[in-house]
Write a protein that binds this ligand. Structure first.
Ligand code: NDP
Length: 266
């Protein structure tokens, strides 16, 4: 990343993982070989994330843990308090990556939150800081007002929303693109190019889509509450797509959002 730290390219996400299953999912994901866990305060399962990290055989420093400050907690002091609350819920005294979950630009607070994140990094309570759902204008404003560029922007990205312009902005600014809802709720599993590549490689549609994210150079955090799904997704890292495959998958882009539009969501 642009701060000299490294991040595993593939991890697993915890959105909508029920609290009473989160420790199991975290434990199973780490046992399968993942080294990146994506959490957030709003997911309501940070206690389970922490419990999963305390299972026998899990070395804290071998795992990259992300969490996010929720929209209600934007602002300098509120973000510092939200960090303390996440640390308390997880039992972790340090996160590898702390993200502003949404810009909520209409509230006018994301730069204040960013200054708090910079302080948390200076204090060593987070190793890296980044954002989520930020547009090019929001990123430019952070840099203009603080001279600190986010290490990463976690954005909605899947075959039906390929985000070429924002990926180019990230590349120009030295920001890692991380894909959320990377499987696109399965909508592209039956698309002809996905099906034909999967058949040729003896892979599943999910694996083809995840291999595509990796080939684009994105970090990717699919979610599965099933151990078999976690394992299947991680194995996408061994698929080799060709230039022709990437050209065929590029045709699927239709600018279709499955989540809120960050330009207006608050
Ligand atoms: P995904 O695109 O990862 O899809 C998850 C769904 O796909 C689940 O229903 C899961 O079901 C299913 N699935 C997973 N693996 C497979 C497979 N191999 N074959 C078939 N189906 C499969 O969705 P998410 O929306 O959860 O996004 C991933 C992560 O991104 C989140 O968990 C969260 O960490 C992050 N995120 C961040 C956001 C942000 O604003 N920053 C917004 C949304 C998500 P099953 O459990 O049964 O396998």
């Amino acid at each position: 990343m642009n701060d000299g730290e490294t991040i595993p390219q593939m991890g697993f996400g915890l959105w909508q993982v029920p609290g009473d299953q989160t420790a199991r999912v975290v434990g199973e994901g780490l046992a399968e070989g993942y080294r990146l866990v994506d959490g957030a305060a709003i997911y309501g399962n940070e206690e389970g994330l922490g419990a999963g990290m305390r299972q026998p055989g899990v070395a804290r420093d071998a795992v990259f843990v992300t969490t996010k400050v929720w929209n209600d907690d934007q602002g300098y002091d509120a973000t510092l308090r939200a960090f303390d609350a996440s640390a308390r819920r997880t039992g972790l005294d340090r996160f590898d990556l702390y993200l502003i979950h949404w810009p909520c630009a209409a509230n006018g607070l994301f730069v204040d939150s960013w200054r708090a994140m910079i302080r948390l990094r200076e204090e060593g309570r987070v190793t890296s800081i980044g954002v989520s759902n930020f547009g090019a204008d929001h990123l430019a404003r952070l840099v203009a007002e603080t001279a600190v560029t986010p290490a990463l922007n976690q954005i909605e990205l899947h075959p039906f929303l390929q985000q070429a312009a924002l990926r180019k902005t990230h590349a120009d600014m030295g920001i890692i693109t991380q894909s959320w809802t990377p499987l696109g709720q399965g909508l592209a599993f039956d698309a002809a190019p996905v099906r034909s590549i999967a058949a040729r490689l003896g892979a599943s549609p999910a694996q083809v889509i995840l291999a595509w994210h990796l080939a684009l150079g994105c970090s990717v955090i699919p979610r599965s509450t099933r151990r078999a799904g976690l394992a299947e997704n991680l194995q996408a890292g061994s698929l080799a797509l060709t230039a022709e495959d990437l050209t065929a998958l590029a045709t699927l882009d239709r600018g279709q959002r499955l989540g809120p539009d960050p330009a207006v969501f608050s």
